[in-house]
Design a protein around this ligand. Sequence first.
Ligand code: B16
Ligand code: MG
Length: 216
Amino acid sequence: MIKGVIFDLDGVLVSTDELHYKAWKQLALELDITDFTKEDNQRQKGVSRMESLEVVLSKGSRIFTDAEKLVLAERKNSYYIELLQELSTEAVLPRVVETLTMLRERGILIGVGSVSKNTPLILKRTQLESYIDKVSCGLDITRSKPDPEVFVVAANKLGLEVDECLVVEDSAAGVVAAKAAGMRSLGVGPEYKELEADYEALNFNSNIHWDNLLKA
Ligand code: B16
Ligand code: MG
């Protein structure tokens, strides 16, 4: 019996992909990497900031020390935070609020499981905080998805066993993390068919059989 649903943030509750892309693109151009594309940006989905940096650096030939990489990641994050100041409720994806409200009315606990260290700021700017019971994010963990840590921490914060939680994800790394945590998963987003989640839906406008999902 599912008692809690843990939502990934970027690509599931809100759309920040374009802002991540813009910030990485700016950094890439400063490093004379001119061919960093949206396809490269897809490979950064659901993975940590430092792993995302490696995707950018793999497009160039320069070698950086670990200390220099930390500075570069911090620089990208400053561009991203600047862009996040513009974020509003408009970034909340379709039917998210209705879905969270419906689950709450059914007595289901709502968690967020995101590797983003900017999760608190994003939830604040999009006014989603009040719909969420507990947040597990990049600030709580030491290992990124596909490691299950972020979802296990979310279950602990919600006071639930892992098999009482369902994860909603839009990235392959996130679905692997959910499985590794021992949780069932609903895959959503443009690549939902390739995620190998237990259940699939393009988005929250799709006909999701919540009765079945919550019985699992
Ligand atoms: P930050 P999620 C992930 O969020 C993003 O999908 C990924 O592209 C990003 O690199 C990661 O957060 C870290 O974000 O730099 O803000 O800490 O999908 O797990 O909600
Ligand atoms: Mg995501």
